[in-house]
Design a protein around this ligand. Structure first.
Ligand code: NAD
Ligand code: MG
Length: 393
């Protein structure tokens, strides 16, 4: 029997890697929904190739383009945020959540209601609404399988282990393109410099987040939410080679590491075939050729996002939603070349402080609507902070 699957964000970096695995064994899958944004040609190509039931573009004004691109294919078309949630409501046994940003939250929630597996690349879902997402999964007997490479690595290192025996979780960070840059150079970093990641080939937004270590900051919070471990027991270590993805330290002092080539198809494939392991088209490591693995302590002065993540984890409640929304708004301003690289952290910090003055951040959001409202307020405040910094430049 073919497995019914959907891929939200199929045209992105994670999405294309997922499609790559699926199309190697087309008979095994019955593709329900694929979604993308403005790259209509790619979305249509994927939908034809995988014979999806429906293709959805996030942009309502692109519906007719999508309809034209899929004419005669038998693939249904739809557009907009509501259409995306409606498509996620169609039963599927395995759903990839690979939309970037808080926009990925609602489709992921909808997908959990069928009690299948949600392969979660969209880390923003856990950062903004972790407890709600996990509760939704429990309520519907659904499971969340982490796709972020570090979290997949931790998940794999924990197979057969008892969380009680876990002393710490260590996630690695490549350090990004500015790992050894001095603070004043980082302050002047350009958009082109920030996008060029040394090891991983990723979407533009996550590449910049890797350069600022906002990505690692989100991942620390994601670790806290997904594995339910105290923030003091979570560490990030800089490992420029990106060979070790994460380590789990146990009570007896043992440290179990997960190693692999920097290829997201490993984490995606693990989530796809879980609980089995199957052959995956990823490079095998030649340890002797690699020679050495090096590690460094992260520098919270040059990468203030890491310090902010600690504060967010200590505060809990709505701090994650504010942090993520402010980060997204600050990133928009950096991509628009309105603010400098380090202004992003300053904008996020000011927004956390400003939002906390209005209502204590430690109060947990009770519903998705509440998360959406916090997100909206934080985004507006961060945009104002960014505009103020832009006019001072
Ligand atoms: P990407 O930018 O390459 O792709 C994003 C996808 O989301 C595209 O299909 C795009 O059309 C869609 N999209 C963008 N905005 C949307 C909106 N408002 N509504 C609906 N759809 C929208 O991103 P990516 O690098 O593939 O990352 C996707 C997610 O996976 C992110 O949450 C990211 O943090 C996470 N992730 C990525 C990697 C990686 O290697 N790329 C690794 C770990 C985690
Ligand atoms: Mg990661």
């Amino acid at each position: 029997m073919a497995r019914r699957i959907s891929i939200f964000g199929s045209t992105g970096s994670i999405g294309q890697n997922t499609v790559d695995l699926i199309e190697r064994d087309p008979a095994a899958y019955d593709v329900v929904a694929l979604s993308g944004g403005g790259n209509i040609a790619l979305l249509a190509e994927q939908a034809r190739k995988l014979q999806a039931d429906i293709a959805i573009t996030a942009y309502e004004d692109r519906l007719e383009d999508l309809r034209a691109a899929l004419a005669g294919s038998g693939v249904e078309v739809a557009a907009g945020a509501q259409a995306l949630c409606d498509a996620a409501d169609r039963p599927a046994e395995w759903v990839m959540s690979a939309i970037v940003g808080a926009a990925g939250l609602y489709p992921g929630f909808a997908a959990l209601r069928h009690g299948g597996s949600l392969a979660l690349a969209n880390k923003e879902s856990l950062v903004t609404a972790g407890p709600l997402l996990l509760a939704e999964a429990r309520a519907h007997d659904a499971r969340i399988l982490p796709v972020d490479s570090e979290h997949s690595a931790v998940f794999q290192a924990l197979v057969g282990e008892d969380m009680e025996a876990v002393e710490r979780i260590v996630i690695t960070a490549s350090g990004g393109p500015f790992r050894d840059w001095p603070l004043d150079a980082i302050a002047k970093a350009t958009l082109a410099e920030a996008v060029a990641h040394p090891n991983w080939d990723m979407g533009q937004r996550i590449s910049i987040d890797s350069a600022s270590m906002f990505n690692k900051a989100l991942e620390l919070i994601e670790t806290r939410e997904f594995f339910g471990i105290d923030p003091e027991r979570i560490e990030a270590v800089v490992h420029p080679g990106s060979i070790v993805h994460a380590l789990v330290g146990f009570k007896d002092g043992a440290l179990m590491a997960h190693l692999g080539a920097p290829d997201m198809r490993h984490a995606i494939g693990y989530a796809l075939h879980w609980p089995e392991r199957r052959d995956l088209p990823v490079a095998r490591l030649d340890l002797a050729a690699i020679g050495n693995l090096s590690f460094e302590r992260p520098d919270e002065l040059r990468f203030p996002a890491l310090r902010l993540a600690r504060e967010v984890m200590a505060t809990g409640g709505r701090a994650g939603a504010v942090f993520n929304a402010a980060k997204e708004a600050a990133l928009d301003a950096f991509i628009a070349e309105q603010i400098g690289f380090l202004d992003m952290a300053a904008v996020v910090e000011a927004t956390l402080e400003g939002m906390d003055r209005d209502t204590s951040l430690s109060i947990p959001p009770q519903s998705l609507d509440c998360v959406a409202e916090v997100d909206h307020l934080a985004r507006n405040m961060a945009a104002r902070e960014a505009a103020a910094r832009a006019s001072n430049r």
